[in-house]
Each structure stands twice: as structure tokens, then as C-alpha cells.
Design a protein around this ligand. Structure first.
Ligand SMILES: Cc1ncc(C[n+]2csc(CCOP(=O)(O)OP(=O)(O)OP(=O)(O)O)c2C)c(N)n1
Ligand SMILES: [Mg+2]
Length: 230
């Protein structure tokens, strides 16, 4: 993946007819894949509390999701995805206030930054792609992932990857249009697999995150010092 793409997505609860509906809408199944994600944070969950999400996906490496301009306002989310290890380490140092601690690959920095495993689970995913009828061929196609985690939670996401903030409104319009064609209720949101994992297996951590989220306000025009856009 190119460095620093912006992932705009909306999660939903899939039903038994979701795959059939995707086919009716002209969607094609790209692949079915199984992977393990392991998430890392400090014991106080400093990254998650700052809306940063560090994980290693088996066979594809490290990724850090950092908040984009829209954050988690509304039924969609917007995150910048860092996959180059030097960029991930630099952002981790910035968020954790460890500037000057050094550089290195992510694995080598886990100990010095006090990061440890907080969750690990396997996901079975069917990955679909779809171009909405009438859409300009230059415009990004949509992806729909239908995931089932090994602890029994199923969630779908309609997603677009864009290069610039200016492309986000168009992507969002398409995401909402496709979600509605899939029968997703306008205001429906579904929690991420990791959030459900924490709720079930690390309830104290989950509670800690809830408290931060309920007190966090992310007005769209306010600059966030930890934002990794730009
Ligand atoms: C309502 C709400 N949703 C998401 C978040 C942020 N968040 C929670 S966990 C989390 C990290 C996991 O993101 P997710 O999209 O669930 O991962 P996955 O679909 O497996 O990976 P992909 O293949 O798409 O890269 C985020 C960003 C939040 N703070 N609040
Ligand atoms: Mg996702």
C-alpha cells in the first residue's frame, strides 16, 4: 500500500443476505482470507486513548492508524494508515512524548516505548470490491469487507482509500449511498472487532477507553497536535 493513505470507512452489522446483495449490486469477491492481528499499547493504553491503533498483522506487517480530520464523528471514521516502519516509530515517539528515544524498526522500539500486547485474534474476511453505477472511473472504487473474528463477532465495513483530505467528502457520499443500498439503517454503527474484544476479555481497559471517549470532543476545525495528517 502507498504510504499514508486515508481510510474512510463505515462499519455495519452484516446479515445473512449481505453477500447476495453485494452480488446484485455488481460487487465482485476479491478473496477470502484469514489473518491474525495483534494490537500493542502501553499498560495505561496511552495510544488508544489518543485514538492511535498499533497492530501487527501476520504476513503483512505493522500498521498504525492515526486520527484523520473527521475522527469518529458520525457513523463513519477517518484514519490515516502508516505502514512504513520509520514513519510509525516517529509517530509513536511523538504521541508517547518520547522524542529522541531513537529510531529503529517497530519491534525493536516496543520495549523502550513500554508497548506490550493487549489483544490478539484471528479474522476470517471476505473482501469485495464494487464501483457504483454512474461513478466516474477515475473515482475510487469501494471495498466491502465482511469479517468474522474467532471470538464470534461479525462486522462489515464499507471503505474507500483516498490520497487527500479533499477527496474525503466524495468518498463519504459513496460510502453512505452504498450502505443504504445494502440496507444499513442511516444511523447504524457497529463497534470494531478490537473494541468488542476489549469489552469481553479486558473489561477494565474497555471501561477506561469509554471514559476517554465520552469526554473527548474532536471539533472538525480544531488542530490536533497528535494528528498525523499532512
Ligand atoms: C466508533 C469507533 N469506531 C472506531 C474507532 C477506532 N478504532 C477502534 S479499534 C481500531 C483499530 C482497528 O480498526 P478496524 O478498522 O476495526 O480494523 P480492521 O477492519 O480489522 O482492519 P483493516 O483491514 O480495515 O485495516 C480503530 C481505528 C473508535 N475510536 N470509535
Ligand atoms: Mg477496517
Amino acid at each position: 500500500m502507498a504510504q499514508g493513505l486515508i481510510e474512510v470507512e463505515r462499519k455495519f452489522l452484516p446479515g445473512p443476505g449481505t453477500e447476495e446483495r453485494l452480488q446484485e449490486l455488481g460487487g465482485t469477491l476479491e478473496h477470502r482470507v484469514t489473518f491474525r492481528d495483534t494490537y500493542y499499547d502501553t499498560p495505561e493504553l496511552s495510544l488508544m486513548q489518543a485514538d492511535h491503533w498499533l497492530r501487527r498483522r501476520e504476513d503483512s506487517g505493522w500498521e498504525l492508524k492515526c486520527p484523520g480530520a473527521a475522527g469518529v464523528l458520525g457513523p463513519h471514521t477517518e484514519y490515516k494508515e502508516l505502514t512504513a516502519e520509520p514513519a510509525i516509530v516517529a509517530q509513536l515517539c511523538k504521541v508517547l512524548g518520547a522524542d529522541g528515544l531513537g529510531a529503529g524498526d517497530v519491534a525493536a522500539m516496543l520495549g523502550p516505548l513500554g508497548l506490550q500486547e493487549v489483544a490478539s485474534f484471528v479474522t476470517k474476511r471476505s473482501a469485495w470490491k464494487l464501483v457504483l453505477l454512474g461513478a466516474d472511473e477515475e473515482e475510487p472504487q469501494l471495498r466491502v469487507d465482511l469479517d468474522t473474528a474467532d471470538f464470534g463477532y461479525a462486522v462489515g465495513e464499507v471503505e474507500a482509500l483516498v490520497h487527500e483530505e479533499a477527496e474525503v467528502p466524495t468518498a463519504l457520499e459513496k460510502i453512505h449511498r452504498l450502505s443504504s443500498m445494502l440496507g444499513v439503517p442511516a444511523q447504524e454503527t457497529a463497534p470494531a472487532k478490537l473494541i468488542v474484544y476489549l469489552q469481553r476479555f479486558r473489561p477494565q481497559d474497555y471501561q477506561r477507553l469509554l471514559e476517554v471517549n465520552s469526554s473527548r470532543e474532536r471539533p472538525q476545525e480544531t488542530e490536533d497536535p497528535d494528528n498525523c495528517l499532512g
